[in-house]
Design a protein. Structure first.
Length: 276
């Protein structure tokens, strides 16, 4: 979670690294590519298409290295859906931090977005949002946590209860690398929320690369057990020095959503994907 600074529009913004621009670009590509499917659900008389952001932040970011301001995820998503003439019928945003949540809400309302804001931890807000979702609607969730430990498997257990639920997920490779030894040796691990039971399936005597692979495979198995699927296309994002930061991947039940993500993540048929 970045430091809050004064925004260029009178509301707080969050300091981020330059790689945040690539993340927003990938998010917007997916939203744009899926606009045809979304338009069918937002037609009069249909169940609607929602956007869900469980770690929404303030809705505006400042790039540390350049000082440039960019839209946060929920703002970028709304703008792209409007530009594609298939605006989300409802925007559900959530965050633990009240100041961030309030800023994002005000920014979305200023743009005319139909926003509903819920404060709290993602496990709780995902359940509160689920109760408001039309069972026959089309739903897209952006799950962009500040750490791997915040990516609780219960978020997926909750959201996957809707038939048409596509989830674009930030999975922190840096967290997995930096904290692996500490979590292996700890009785209570931060990874337990992410992939409960992971210590029972890994071979702790092998190299870290193999352990990381087994943890990810175990998480995939847990996701599959919910009746959904984590994409094999895991887009790797790096910092300006080439250090691996995190993957973006899609969790969805329908193959069409996975096709959309494959195109969004790899528009020119090449790029960095799953690397341990």
């Amino acid at each position: 979670m970045g430091k809050l600074v004064a925004g260029d529009d009178g509301f707080p913004a969050e300091e981020v690294g330059p790689w945040a621009e690539e993340k927003q670009d990938l998010l917007c590509r997916y939203i744009d590519i899926s606009r045809g499917a979304r338009s069918k659900f937002i037609a009069p008389g249909n169940a609607g298409a929602t956007y869900i952001d469980l770690f929404c932040g303030p809705g505006r970011s400042k790039i540390k290295t350049t000082g440039a301001f960019i839209d946060g995820s929920c703002i970028a998503a709304w703008r792209k859906s409007v530009a594609g003439k298939a605006p989300f019928s409802q925007m559900y945003i959530a965050d633990m931090d009240e100041e961030r949540l309030n800023a994002a809400t005000k920014r979305l309302r200023a743009l005319g977005a139909p926003v509903a804001a819920i404060r709290g931890e993602a496990v709780d807000t995902s359940l509160a949002i689920l109760k408001r979702l039309e069972p026959k609607g089309l739903h897209f969730a952006f799950i962009d946590p500040y750490s791997l430990g915040a990516l609780d498997i219960n978020i997926f257990r909750t959201l996957s209860r809707r038939t048409r639920m596509d989830m674009l997920v930030h999975l922190s490779k840096m967290d997995l690398q930096r904290n692996l030894d500490e979590n292996i040796g700890s009785a209570l691990s931060a990874f337990d929320r992410f992939a409960p039971g992971w210590k029972d399936v890994i071979d702790a005597d092998q190299a870290q690369r193999g352990i990381r692979g087994e943890i990810i495979d175990h998480w995939r198995d847990l996701v599959s057990g919910l009746g959904t699927k984590a994409s094999t296309e895991m887009k790797l994002l790096k910092n300006s020095g080439g250090q691996h930061l995190y993957w973006l991947l899609l969790v969805a039940k329908h193959e069409l959503a996975h096709k959309f993500w494959k195109t969004a993540a790899n528009p020119e048929g090449q790029g960095d994907f799953f690397k341990l």
